[in-house]
Design a protein. Structure first.
Length: 124
């Protein structure tokens, strides 16, 4: 996540990010970590920083903070990340929904014409 965040910042010509670790001692679980990510020397004019969730694992806390900062940077710079696997899955889902609707129409048509056999027993 951090690498993707750095790539997006580099692509938008933004300065490097700074990570600040926050350690909190919890009586029951021990130390938990959170990170604050700040864009220093911000050329965007907006206050761009993000704080991640607390986690007992330092790497998980840093990834969470990077994720939140990535969302802020993308929103501020009007950039978009396109996941082509996600787009392909959405296309297949839409095609599947259309086919499902067609099957439902055919089943309804069979019921209206009084066919007793069910399409559930039909196999491809």
């Amino acid at each position: 996540m951090e690498e993707l965040l750095h790539k997006v910042c580099y692509g938008a010509s933004l300065p490097p990010l700074s990570y600040f670790c926050i350690e909190l001692g919890v009586h029951d679980t021990g130390v938990v970590y959170a990170f604050l990510v700040v864009l220093l020397g911000n050329p965007l004019g907006a206050d761009v920083h993000a704080k991640g969730r607390y986690s007992p694992l330092e790497m998980d806390a840093k990834k969470n903070a990077a994720y939140h900062m990535l969302q802020k940077v993308l929103n501020t710079t009007d950039q978009e990340i396109r996941d082509f696997n996600y787009l392909k899955a959405k296309m297949l889902e839409r095609a599947n929904n259309a086919l499902s609707e067609e099957v439902q129409r055919l089943e309804e048509k069979c019921r209206l014409h009084g066919y007793d056999s069910s399409l559930d027993d039909v196999s491809p």
